[in-house]
Design a protein around this ligand. Structure first.
Ligand SMILES: Nc1ncnc2c1ncn2[C@@H]1O[C@H](COP(=O)(O)OP(=O)(O)O)[C@@H](O)[C@H]1O
Ligand SMILES: [Mg+2]
Length: 339
């Protein structure tokens, strides 16, 4: 295998310290993804330079000129503390003509906006929850066509920011209140979606033209609080104690109804193409008891730590972690426009 110079871009606070291996597990958890990627790439023979990026573009340009990376491994999720700016950094890499891993800027823009992505999919007759957007600062008035209960969230944020059990609204009063909350607390437009009661299924896809869908995963709540419906709230995703308390687990999706697994794979690839995703992404679905699948959202450049959902799904498909990272690099090397 060819030895490459890899410039890994990440949040400055997540650059693993030189003595990373000696730190305790809790400390390592914070920058685990960045460390897993850097050390694994080094283990397989690449030269890796980790660069913290926050609100300066010049260091990226300097590192590209001085280190001359064959590829940039993009682990950034924001710029200027704004998640909506992540695609601009990728655009800069394109302007600098340096190959990069993961999604292209267009796919990021299309998939990030929870209304735009659904509009495109509706054109292709892919099932998504009915929805309505409530622009920032305007009072919510429910269109008659949209029936309660509804699920209210930010149009553009991710990582379940602002999502809790209160996001599920059952009356017009609750809707108005929750939309105002999203406007006030997250400073963004709000989207209210038809609430899809069902199993929560994730599926990873890798590729640019030829796509590989990974085996589906499921988020399960062994003991949901007081019969509350399953919702992947911020606590459910990130709070280890809460996860333990409620038996929240991510695992291979088992006992899917006949035809759903194959249907899911086909559907995931169609969606990936429609949203112009490249590199790797995770698509989130809801599976209703009647077997119908609803697309919730796409996550370009998803969490890629060793042992987390994407890497575990890859492993279940026979793709070990070093091979997964190498594949992502190979796709990045191929994915950029020719000179
Ligand atoms: N329309 C919906 N019906 C049911 N549950 C939903 C719906 N939209 C979101 N959720 C729940 O909220 C979680 C987070 O929503 P999502 O749109 O994926 O936002 P984020 O980008 O913050 O992950 C989902 O994983 C799911 O559990
Ligand atoms: Mg999500």
């Amino acid at each position: 295998m060819r030895k490459l110079r890899v410039l890994a871009l990440m949040h400055p606070e997540l650059v693993p310290p030189d003595d990373a291996a000696e730190r305790d597990e809790k400390e390592r958890f914070v920058w685990k993804t960045e460390w897993d990627v850097c050390r694994t790439l080094r283990d397989i023979g690449h030269e890796v330079k980790a660069l913290g990026v926050q609100d300066e573009l010049v260091p990226i340009r300097d590192a590209v000129e001085e280190f001359k990376p064959h590829i940039v491994f993009n682990l950034l999720e924001e710029f200027h503390g704004n998640v909506l700016f992540d695609h601009n950094v990728v655009s800069l890499l394109e302007l600098l003509r340096v190959p990069y891993t993961g999604c292209n800027p267009r796919g990021m823009i299309i998939s990030r906006e929870k209304a735009l992505s659904k509009k495109l999919l509706i054109y292709h007759r892919i099932r998504v929850p009915a929805f309505h957007v409530f622009p920032f600062g305007r009072k919510a008035k429910r269109p008659k066509s949209l029936e309660l209960p509804l699920f209210v969230k930010s149009l553009t944020d991710h990582a379940s920011l602002g999502i809790s059990q209160a996001s599920l609204v059952k009356s017009d009063e609750e809707l108005t209140e929750r939309v105002a909350f999203v406007h006030r607390r997250l400073g963004s437009d709000a989207i209210a979606e038809q609430f899809i009661l069902g199993r929560e299924i994730y599926i990873g896809v890798i590729g640019n033209d030829r796509l590989t869908a990974l085996p589906p995963r499921e988020l399960v709540f062994e003991n949901a609080p007081d019969g509350a419906p399953l919702i992947a709230t911020a606590r459910a995703k990130h709070d280890l104690d809460y996860q333990k308390r409620h038996g929240i687990d991510q695992r291979a999706a088992q006992d899917l109804p006949d035809g759903v697994a194959a249907g899911l794979e086909h559907l995931a690839k169609r969606i990936y193409r429609t949203l112009e995703l490249t590199g790797y992404a995770r698509l989130d679905f809801r599976l209703r008891p009647d077997g119908s699948l609803y697309f919730l959202e796409a996550n370009p450049n998803p969490e890629i730590a060793l042992g987390e959902e994407f890497a575990s799904a890859a492993q279940a498909a026979g793709i070990e972690y070093p091979e997964l990272l190498q594949r992502i690099i190979n796709l990045g090397m191929r994915g950029t426009a020719p000179e």
